[in-house]
Design a protein around this ligand. Structure first.
Ligand SMILES: C[S@@+](CC[C@H](N)C(=O)[O-])C[C@H]1O[C@@H](n2cnc3c(N)ncnc32)[C@H](O)[C@@H]1O
Length: 349
């Protein structure tokens, strides 16, 4: 086989450019630019539009004077919608691990005496409710992933659009390892696991090798740009580069924040914290979150869907709809972040 053919097949070893300012190969740069400059992806005003707000109220808020939990306060969008649908006896307790979300929650706490904000991982909701003598709740909402505030914050390193950001990626910036810590000090085994399981990358050794090469060549990985440079030389198929960038960012973020571990732990507590006829709603954004919900559902749900909340059919929960609920076309056109959302709703028997 001639030299030209080998090059076409991508066997020519890719290398990091000498200059850190000229980082991407041309095709990768073009794809990345397409991703970055899509005008509808950048909201003109920094706000987080709650995903499937109407559906959350429809399925979850059944008792106007009930006690509810917003497990992921974020920008407070779902909390505000829930509060709008409660009467003066209703109560809402919201959780988040991000200090800026907590700040927003503190403001709402001052404005509305029915509302409490708690800085804690949602895996600890049961502990909190028990310690504070609150007992079981009538509804709980999980809206997984990141808020627009986190994504757009250039100091957080969550978005591949902020190339100069420090690659932090911690939702709770006060504890744990950052993305930079993991990429610089993570073992080969750990990095392989991250890209294989959390990024669903079929050939993780390529990116793991390139992380190691980058560390040798430049000392440390520090910015989003450094990570993009590693990703660009690891992506085997330029046509798949956008997908590949997303997978790599998702993988690292899941590891940094222990997202799937927290989700599993929280799901395991639901039977103890939701009252009879109370509803759990979970909004997922990717297949790994869905997998966790499906595993929980298999263990905790009836195979049949009950129409009448009062019917007691043995298992702990029943799913309220056939499969999951999707945002309407109108919502998807108005709120880009909702495009991959799926809402799951379960009622406690
Ligand atoms: C998609 S946003 C929620 C947006 C919110 N529903 C709204 O309408 O404004 C997800 C939020 O959950 C928080 N979060 C993620 N994992 C968490 C966890 N394990 N415990 C508590 N909060 C978490 C994130 O910090 C983020 O603020």
């Amino acid at each position: 086989m001639g030299k030209r053919n080998i090059q076409k097949m991508g066997r020519r070893p890719k290398q990091f450019s000498r200059s850190r300012n000229n980082q991407f190969d041309r095709k990768f740069r073009q794809s990345w630019n397409r991703l970055v400059i899509r005008p509808h992806m950048t909201p003109p005003v920094l706000q987080h539009i709650p995903v499937m707000g109407e559906e959350v109220v429809k399925y979850v808020v059944r008792k106007k004077g009930g006690i509810y939990v917003d497990a992921t306060f974020g920008g407070g969008g779902h909390s505000k919608i829930i509060l709008d649908n409660l009467d003066e006896n209703g109560r809402l307790i919201a959780f988040d691990i991000d200090d800026e979300s907590i700040e927003r929650g503190r403001k709402l706490e001052k404005e509305d005496s029915r509302f409490t904000i708690v800085k804690s991982n949602f895996a600890n909701i049961q502990n909190y409710l028990e310690k504070n003598g609150i007992g079981k709740v009538d509804g709980i909402v999980f809206d997984l992933g990141l808020s627009t505030f986190q994504l757009m914050d250039e100091s957080r390193g969550f978005s591949f659009r902020n190339a100069n950001s420090f690659l932090d990626m911690r939702m709770d910036s006060t504890i744990g390892e950052s993305g930079v810590d993991i990429l610089n000090y993570g073992s080969r085994e750990r990095l392989t696991k991250i890209f294989k399981h959390y990024g669903q990358i079929s050939n993780p050794s390529r990116i793991v090798n390139n992380i190691s090469l980058f560390r040798k060549k430049h000392g440390t990985i520090t910015t989003v740009d450094d990570y993009l440079q590693i990703i660009s030389v690891s992506c085997g198929n330029p046509a798949e580069s956008i997908k590949y960038i997303k997978k790599c960012f998702q993988a690292l973020r899941i590891e940094v924040n222990g997202e799937l571990v927290s989700l599993s732990s929280a799901l395991d507590t639901l039977a103890n914290i939701v009252a009879k006829n109370g509803v759990v709603s979970i909004i997922t954004f990717h297949s790994l979150e869905e997998e966790k919900v499906k595993m929980w559902k298999k263990k905790n749900c009836n195979p049949i869907i009950i129409q009448d909340y009062g019917s007691n059919v043995g298992n702990q929960f029943a799913q309220l709809t056939h499969g999951c609920i999707f945002p309407s076309d109108l919502e998807k056109s108005e709120n880009w972040s909702s495009r991959s959302a799926k809402m799951w709703a379960f009622v406690k028997n």
